[in-house]
Ligand binder design. Structure first.
Ligand code: DC
Length: 230
Protein backbone atom coordinates (compact mmCIF):
# COMPACT_ATOMS: atom_id res chain seq x y z
CA UNK A 1 0.00 0.00 0.00
CA UNK A 2 1.26 3.42 -0.91
CA UNK A 3 1.72 5.63 2.12
CA UNK A 4 4.81 7.63 3.05
CA UNK A 5 6.97 6.40 5.92
CA UNK A 6 5.44 6.91 9.34
CA UNK A 7 7.04 8.97 12.11
CA UNK A 8 6.37 7.71 15.63
CA UNK A 9 6.37 11.16 17.30
CA UNK A 10 3.64 12.61 15.09
CA UNK A 11 0.36 13.24 16.97
CA UNK A 12 -2.62 10.96 16.42
CA UNK A 13 -6.22 11.40 17.51
CA UNK A 14 -7.98 8.03 17.57
CA UNK A 15 -11.76 7.69 17.28
CA UNK A 16 -13.04 4.19 17.97
CA UNK A 17 -16.56 2.90 18.35
CA UNK A 18 -19.26 0.71 16.85
CA UNK A 19 -20.38 1.05 13.24
CA UNK A 20 -22.77 3.89 12.54
CA UNK A 21 -21.76 5.98 15.55
CA UNK A 22 -20.58 8.79 13.26
CA UNK A 23 -16.84 8.14 13.66
CA UNK A 24 -16.04 8.67 9.98
CA UNK A 25 -17.87 11.98 9.68
CA UNK A 26 -16.46 13.27 12.97
CA UNK A 27 -12.93 12.12 12.06
CA UNK A 28 -13.08 13.85 8.67
CA UNK A 29 -14.35 17.08 10.26
CA UNK A 30 -11.68 17.06 13.00
CA UNK A 31 -8.94 16.29 10.45
CA UNK A 32 -10.22 19.15 8.28
CA UNK A 33 -10.19 21.60 11.22
CA UNK A 34 -6.65 20.66 12.26
CA UNK A 35 -5.22 20.11 8.78
CA UNK A 36 -4.38 16.51 9.78
CA UNK A 37 -4.36 13.40 7.59
CA UNK A 38 -7.25 10.97 7.83
CA UNK A 39 -7.21 7.20 8.24
CA UNK A 40 -10.48 5.33 7.71
CA UNK A 41 -9.19 1.95 8.87
CA UNK A 42 -12.51 0.27 8.03
CA UNK A 43 -11.82 1.12 4.38
CA UNK A 44 -8.58 -0.86 4.60
CA UNK A 45 -10.45 -3.93 5.90
CA UNK A 46 -13.13 -3.43 3.25
CA UNK A 47 -10.59 -3.19 0.39
CA UNK A 48 -8.69 -6.24 1.66
CA UNK A 49 -11.97 -8.19 1.90
CA UNK A 50 -13.07 -7.09 -1.57
CA UNK A 51 -9.73 -8.19 -2.98
CA UNK A 52 -10.05 -11.55 -1.22
CA UNK A 53 -13.58 -11.97 -2.60
CA UNK A 54 -12.45 -11.11 -6.12
CA UNK A 55 -9.56 -13.56 -5.78
CA UNK A 56 -12.09 -16.30 -4.87
CA UNK A 57 -10.57 -16.80 -1.42
CA UNK A 58 -12.50 -18.83 1.13
CA UNK A 59 -13.37 -16.11 3.64
CA UNK A 60 -13.75 -18.65 6.41
CA UNK A 61 -10.11 -19.81 6.04
CA UNK A 62 -7.40 -17.41 7.23
CA UNK A 63 -4.59 -18.83 5.06
CA UNK A 64 -6.81 -18.54 1.98
CA UNK A 65 -7.42 -14.83 2.68
CA UNK A 66 -3.76 -14.15 3.55
CA UNK A 67 -2.59 -15.75 0.33
CA UNK A 68 -4.43 -13.10 -1.69
CA UNK A 69 -2.56 -10.22 0.00
CA UNK A 70 0.66 -10.80 -1.94
CA UNK A 71 -1.15 -9.77 -5.14
CA UNK A 72 -3.05 -6.86 -3.56
CA UNK A 73 -2.21 -3.46 -5.05
CA UNK A 74 -4.27 -1.04 -2.96
CA UNK A 75 -3.97 2.73 -2.65
CA UNK A 76 -5.82 5.20 -0.48
CA UNK A 77 -5.96 8.89 -1.28
CA UNK A 78 -7.96 11.79 0.13
CA UNK A 79 -11.17 12.38 -1.82
CA UNK A 80 -14.40 10.64 -2.71
CA UNK A 81 -17.77 11.00 -0.98
CA UNK A 82 -16.49 9.27 2.18
CA UNK A 83 -13.21 11.17 2.39
CA UNK A 84 -11.12 8.27 1.09
CA UNK A 85 -10.64 7.31 -2.55
CA UNK A 86 -9.71 3.63 -2.45
CA UNK A 87 -8.20 1.92 -5.47
CA UNK A 88 -7.54 -1.74 -6.20
CA UNK A 89 -5.16 -2.38 -9.09
CA UNK A 90 -5.77 1.20 -10.18
CA UNK A 91 -9.57 0.79 -10.22
CA UNK A 92 -11.56 3.15 -8.01
CA UNK A 93 -13.51 0.85 -5.65
CA UNK A 94 -14.76 3.59 -3.29
CA UNK A 95 -18.41 2.74 -4.04
CA UNK A 96 -18.04 -1.06 -4.07
CA UNK A 97 -16.39 -1.17 -0.65
CA UNK A 98 -19.46 0.53 0.91
CA UNK A 99 -21.80 -2.32 -0.07
CA UNK A 100 -23.33 -4.57 2.61
CA UNK A 101 -21.48 -7.50 1.02
CA UNK A 102 -18.09 -5.78 1.40
CA UNK A 103 -18.96 -4.68 4.96
CA UNK A 104 -19.89 -8.20 5.99
CA UNK A 105 -16.81 -9.64 4.28
CA UNK A 106 -14.65 -7.05 6.08
CA UNK A 107 -16.19 -8.02 9.40
CA UNK A 108 -15.49 -11.69 8.58
CA UNK A 109 -11.78 -11.24 7.73
CA UNK A 110 -11.33 -8.78 10.62
CA UNK A 111 -11.66 -11.65 13.12
CA UNK A 112 -8.48 -13.25 11.73
CA UNK A 113 -5.36 -12.39 13.79
CA UNK A 114 -2.81 -12.77 10.97
CA UNK A 115 -4.96 -10.62 8.71
CA UNK A 116 -5.01 -7.90 11.38
CA UNK A 117 -1.22 -8.08 11.73
CA UNK A 118 -0.76 -7.99 7.95
CA UNK A 119 -2.84 -4.79 7.73
CA UNK A 120 -1.32 -3.06 10.78
CA UNK A 121 1.75 -1.52 9.12
CA UNK A 122 -0.39 -0.15 6.29
CA UNK A 123 -2.45 1.68 8.93
CA UNK A 124 0.57 2.96 10.87
CA UNK A 125 2.04 4.32 7.62
CA UNK A 126 -0.70 6.99 7.65
CA UNK A 127 1.01 8.64 10.62
CA UNK A 128 2.51 11.49 8.68
CA UNK A 129 3.19 15.15 9.68
CA UNK A 130 1.51 17.31 10.78
CA UNK A 131 -0.77 14.67 12.38
CA UNK A 132 -3.41 12.00 11.90
CA UNK A 133 -7.01 11.40 12.84
CA UNK A 134 -7.67 7.64 12.72
CA UNK A 135 -11.07 6.01 13.04
CA UNK A 136 -11.87 2.35 13.56
CA UNK A 137 -12.32 -0.27 16.27
CA UNK A 138 -8.81 -0.71 17.69
CA UNK A 139 -7.03 2.53 16.80
CA UNK A 140 -6.49 3.56 20.44
CA UNK A 141 -6.04 0.06 21.85
CA UNK A 142 -3.76 -1.66 19.31
CA UNK A 143 -2.68 0.36 16.27
CA UNK A 144 -1.79 3.70 17.95
CA UNK A 145 -1.67 2.89 21.70
CA UNK A 146 0.54 5.97 22.29
CA UNK A 147 -1.96 8.41 20.74
CA UNK A 148 -2.19 11.56 22.90
CA UNK A 149 -5.97 11.82 22.43
CA UNK A 150 -8.33 8.83 22.26
CA UNK A 151 -12.07 9.09 21.76
CA UNK A 152 -14.63 6.29 22.16
CA UNK A 153 -17.72 7.38 20.23
CA UNK A 154 -21.02 5.57 20.70
CA UNK A 155 -24.72 6.03 19.95
CA UNK A 156 -27.71 3.83 20.74
CA UNK A 157 -28.58 1.02 18.31
CA UNK A 158 -31.86 2.73 17.45
CA UNK A 159 -30.20 6.08 16.78
CA UNK A 160 -27.61 4.40 14.55
CA UNK A 161 -30.36 2.57 12.65
CA UNK A 162 -32.21 5.87 12.16
CA UNK A 163 -29.04 7.57 10.87
CA UNK A 164 -28.37 4.67 8.49
CA UNK A 165 -31.98 4.78 7.23
CA UNK A 166 -31.58 8.50 6.52
CA UNK A 167 -28.35 7.87 4.57
CA UNK A 168 -30.13 5.19 2.53
CA UNK A 169 -33.15 7.45 1.98
CA UNK A 170 -30.83 10.14 0.61
CA UNK A 171 -29.72 7.53 -1.93
CA UNK A 172 -33.36 6.75 -2.77
CA UNK A 173 -33.43 3.46 -0.83
CA UNK A 174 -36.24 2.74 1.64
CA UNK A 175 -35.15 0.73 4.69
CA UNK A 176 -36.86 -1.05 7.54
CA UNK A 177 -35.63 0.46 10.84
CA UNK A 178 -36.13 -2.75 12.85
CA UNK A 179 -34.15 -4.79 10.31
CA UNK A 180 -31.38 -2.19 10.22
CA UNK A 181 -31.22 -2.18 14.03
CA UNK A 182 -30.95 -5.97 14.06
CA UNK A 183 -28.15 -5.96 11.45
CA UNK A 184 -26.29 -3.27 13.45
CA UNK A 185 -26.65 -5.28 16.68
CA UNK A 186 -25.31 -8.41 14.95
CA UNK A 187 -22.30 -6.50 13.52
CA UNK A 188 -21.62 -5.00 16.99
CA UNK A 189 -21.72 -8.43 18.51
CA UNK A 190 -19.24 -9.84 15.99
CA UNK A 191 -16.87 -6.85 16.33
CA UNK A 192 -16.99 -6.83 20.14
CA UNK A 193 -16.88 -10.56 20.83
CA UNK A 194 -14.02 -11.57 18.55
CA UNK A 195 -10.90 -12.84 20.23
CA UNK A 196 -8.36 -10.54 18.54
CA UNK A 197 -8.54 -6.74 18.83
CA UNK A 198 -12.23 -6.68 19.73
CA UNK A 199 -14.04 -3.37 19.77
CA UNK A 200 -13.32 -2.06 23.24
CA UNK A 201 -12.73 1.27 24.88
CA UNK A 202 -9.09 2.11 25.64
CA UNK A 203 -8.66 2.76 29.36
CA UNK A 204 -7.42 6.28 28.64
CA UNK A 205 -10.12 7.13 26.06
CA UNK A 206 -12.71 9.88 26.48
CA UNK A 207 -16.23 8.48 25.95
CA UNK A 208 -18.74 10.48 23.94
CA UNK A 209 -22.31 9.17 23.74
CA UNK A 210 -23.61 10.95 20.64
CA UNK A 211 -27.26 9.79 20.45
CA UNK A 212 -28.61 13.24 21.22
CA UNK A 213 -25.69 15.29 19.88
CA UNK A 214 -25.21 16.96 16.52
CA UNK A 215 -22.07 16.37 14.48
CA UNK A 216 -20.96 19.93 15.30
CA UNK A 217 -21.27 19.22 19.04
CA UNK A 218 -19.24 16.01 18.72
CA UNK A 219 -16.51 17.78 16.75
CA UNK A 220 -16.49 20.64 19.26
CA UNK A 221 -16.02 18.19 22.15
CA UNK A 222 -13.08 16.50 20.39
CA UNK A 223 -11.42 19.81 19.47
CA UNK A 224 -11.87 21.10 23.02
CA UNK A 225 -10.20 17.95 24.37
CA UNK A 226 -7.40 18.35 21.82
CA UNK A 227 -6.82 22.02 22.70
CA UNK A 228 -6.82 21.13 26.41
CA UNK A 229 -3.72 18.98 25.79
CA UNK A 230 -1.83 22.20 25.07
O1 DC B 1 -15.99 0.89 10.04
P1 DC B 1 -16.43 -0.04 8.93
O2 DC B 1 -17.88 -0.42 9.00
O3 DC B 1 -16.05 0.48 7.57
O4 DC B 1 -15.59 -1.39 9.15
C1 DC B 1 -15.81 -2.54 8.39
C2 DC B 1 -15.47 -3.78 9.23
O5 DC B 1 -14.05 -3.80 9.44
C3 DC B 1 -16.14 -3.82 10.59
O6 DC B 1 -17.11 -4.84 10.68
C4 DC B 1 -15.05 -4.15 11.57
C5 DC B 1 -13.78 -4.13 10.79
N1 DC B 1 -12.80 -3.17 11.34
C6 DC B 1 -11.94 -3.64 12.30
O7 DC B 1 -12.04 -4.80 12.71
N2 DC B 1 -10.97 -2.83 12.81
C7 DC B 1 -10.88 -1.56 12.39
N3 DC B 1 -9.93 -0.79 12.91
C8 DC B 1 -11.78 -1.06 11.43
C9 DC B 1 -12.74 -1.89 10.92
Amino acid sequence: MNSPLAEPDIPVITIDGPSGAGKGTAAAAVAGELGFHLLDSGAIYRVAALHALRSNADLTVESSVLQTFSSMRATFEPGGADGVAAKLDGEDVSTQIRSEQAGNAASQVAVMPEVRIALRDAQRAFRVAPGLVADGRDMGTVVFPDAPLKIFLTASTRERALRRAKQLKDKGITANIAQLAQAIAERDDRDASREHSPLSRAGDAISIESSSMSLEEVVERILTAWNALG
